[in-house]
Design a protein around this ligand. Structure first.
Ligand SMILES: Nc1ncnc2c1ncn2[C@@H]1O[C@H](COP(=O)(O)OP(=O)(O)OP(=O)(O)O)[C@@H](O)[C@H]1O
Length: 412
């Protein structure tokens, strides 16, 4: 800046003036370049911040809607038994008793016929909505996929577990005659247990892909919490649907929410869970080992599961899905960086070494975050430095989360 502001020479000799102007132009050009570079950096920073803003806004929207859902009280399910007039109907609640209830003006009176199922407000018992009569995977939060896209190649590590599940689920579906020939009954169900984010759902989806089976996924906690008194019915309908769509694989995530061992407490919530578990056991006992419906359960808490679930003829194969070791982590890194443009200096083995104790979902996040760092610094490829920054950032988030949850526990 000092150079730019320099005074013009006193003497007005042509040579001096020429030198002075030349120097000044060079200085101004340099300064111009500097400012352009600063501008470019600020632009890229701005772009990065905008992307982050969009991400956080999306996350905020998701959390807000989750809070809304958690705040809204659960609805009671009932069946219309009689229509009194346009405003009043008699409904039998799923818990047993019959009530004369009012209907909302928003509900088309033509829909309210005897036999129709509806949801009722837990306190006023007014009819809130009419449920469709057919199986509706949306209503029950049931996920139904014709044949998922995941393959065994998308799973890092877990080689022995893949072999076990191939024997227990894939072979009985694809080559049932092998079991007949030898004269043994194939397992009906397989239980996958291990820490979160280690690939249990991924494995179940890959088997469904390999066997061209329908994949029906339900979450244990949702079965008993979403619609009071409906858990047992949902389990029955889930199995009926699976038989209709066979070959199919039923995947029950968080099975501990319905299958924890029973104690003597008899709150209505406990009774609901018990009824649901009883129905699950009855359904499992009621179908053929050699049939083309298989059940895969998943849990993070095998220690609290009711032994009844683990008896022969139910979940008779138990497979541990542990946190990945070094080779597992390396192979997961290879899978998740497959589509990424990696720089020559990238050393995935180093990344795998530095992420001890992390699960597959964490490693996927490291790859995403490294990609974000590369975009931010306008690299054409993702460098080792980007991976290091991503590990630092995620370890930090992980620790923060840890601190938050322990504070949460302290204040709870
Ligand atoms: N072994 C793995 N190989 C490749 N990717 C993995 C692996 N484990 C986890 N992931 C990644 O993490 C994501 C989440 O994993 P997944 O849902 O299968 O975990 P989970 O064990 O079912 O977790 P939870 O117990 O929380 O339901 C997967 O979609 C995948 O992208």
């Amino acid at each position: 800046m000092g150079d730019i502001a320099r005074q013009a020479p006193d003497k007005d000799t042509g040579e001096d003036l020429y030198q002075y102007l030349l120097e000044r132009i060079t200085n101004l050009e340099n300064r111009n370049l500097e400012l352009r570079e600063q501008f470019r950096q600020m632009e890229s920073e701005k772009r990065y911040i905008e992307t982050q803003k969009i991400r956080y806004e999306r996350e905020l929207r998701k959390l807000k809607s989750e809070i809304e859902q958690l705040r809204s009280p659960p609805l009671v399910i009932g069946t219309v038994t009689d229509v009194v007039d346009n405003n009043r109907v008699i409904v039998r609640s799923s818990a047993g008793p019959r009530f004369l209830v009012r209907t909302s003006q928003l509900i088309d009176p033509d829909l309210l016929k005897p036999g129709v199922r509806c949801t009722l407000n837990q306190q006023s018992l007014a009819i809130v909505d009419v449920l469709p009569t057919s199986y509706d995977s949306q209503v029950y939060g049931m996920e139904l996929v014709e044949s998922p896209d995941e393959r065994y190649e998308s799973i890092g590590g877990l080689e022995p577990q893949i072999v076990e599940i191939q024997e227990a689920v894939e072979l009985p579906l694809t080559k049932p005659h092998l079991f007949e020939q030898i004269g043994i009954a194939p397992p009906k169900g397989v239980l996958l247990y291990g820490p979160p984010g280690t690939g249990k759902t991924l494995l179940a989806r890959a088997v469904a892909h390999q066997t061209n089976a329908h994949f029906l996924r339900v979450v244990g906690s949702e079965l008993v919490q979403k619609y009071i008194g409906e858990g047992a019915r949902l389990v029955r309908e889930l199995f009926e649907l699976a038989k209709q769509k066979a070959p199919s694989i039923i995947f029950i995530d968080e099975i501990d929410a319905i299958g924890a061992h029973r104690n003597d407490s008899t709150t209505s919530g406990d009774r609901e869970v018990q009824r649901t578990l009883m129905q699950l056991l009855a359904e499992m006992d009621g179908f053929e080992n050699r049939g083309d419906v298989k059940i895969i359960g998943a849990t993070n808490r095998i220690d609290i599961l009711d032994r009844a679930l683990l008896r022969p003829g139910r979940f008779d194969r138990i497979i541990e899905i542990p946190l990945p070791d070094f080779h597992g982590r390396l192979s997961i890194m290879h899978i998740h960086t497959k589509g990424m443009n990696l720089g020559e200096n990238v050393d995935l083995a180093e990344v795998a070494r530095l992420t001890e104790g992390k699960n597959g979902a964490d490693l996927r996040a490291v790859c995403m975050e490294a990609g974000m760092f590369a975009i931010r610094s306008e690299h054409e490829t993702v460098t080792q430095d980007d991976f290091m920054k991503a590990i630092d950032k995620l370890s930090l988030d992980f620790d923060k989360h840890h601190i938050n949850t322990s504070y949460g526990a302290m204040f709870a």
